[in-house]
Design a protein around this ligand. Structure first.
Ligand code: IMP
Ligand code: MG
Length: 181
């Protein structure tokens, strides 16, 4: 783990080591496996690009039931502030009507993005929607959306790494860093 990261004039310090991230993914995957073990249908794992890429690949390797993979791209953040608007940037290529969908997100902050996303997926006619996130900021989350699986809860501070970016940079870091206060 680097001792510090400098990006765009900001300093980020170590926050969550990769070992801890992996353990949290083990736990959340075990919960999903328990819930889906007796299901007859084949769920769609819907990765929310770009942030959830690393989480989704780790999660999928731990799922012991048959599933499909699809992705959707949304963006609502510029810099370190939520713009509060979600737009669908890249559409779905999988027909979700009648399907069970597990939405995989990197982070739920205010909850606006996930609320918009669940509405979009409901509109496709999906029959069952579950939400799984690597990270949740409970202090700012509006609680309007039920989040079925949370790997880790964190305080309301801006982080990057393990898929999460600061203006698109830092997604490749294997550990998570937090902005220095
Ligand atoms: P929300 O709509 O406020 O819940 O914001 C969710 C989206 O903002 C996530 O999908 C992330 O892409 C981004 N985001 C929220 N918090 C952070 C952070 O601490 N670091 C990097 N991106 C974040
Ligand atoms: Mg995201």
């Amino acid at each position: 783990m680097k001792s510090q990261v400098h990006l765009g004039g900001k300093t980020f310090v170590p926050f969550i080591h990769n070992d801890e991230i992996m353990k949290s993914i083990d736990r959340v995957a075990a919960q999903i496996n328990a819930d889906f073990k007796d299901r007859e249908d084949i769920p769609v794992i819907l990765c929310v690009l770009n942030g959830a890429v690393m989480f989704t690949t780790e999660l999928m390797q731990r799922l012991d039931f048959d599933c499909e993979f699809s992705s959707i791209r949304l963006s609502s953040y510029q810099g370190t502030q939520s713009t509060g608007r979600t737009k669908q940037v890249l559409g779905l290529t999988t027909d979700l009507s009648g399907r069970s969908v597990i939405i995989v997100e990197d982070i739920v902050d205010t909850g606006r993005t996930i609320a918009d996303l669940v509405a979009i997926i409901k509109g496709t006619g999906a029959k069952d929607i579950k939400v799984c996130t690597l990270l949740l900021k409970p202090d700012v989350f509006d609680r309007a959306t039920h989040i079925d699986y949370v790997a880790m809860e964190i305080p309301n501070r801006f982080i990057l790494g393990f898929g999460l970016d600061y203006d698109q940079v830092g997604r490749n870091y294997k550990d998570i860093y937090v902005i220095e206060q």
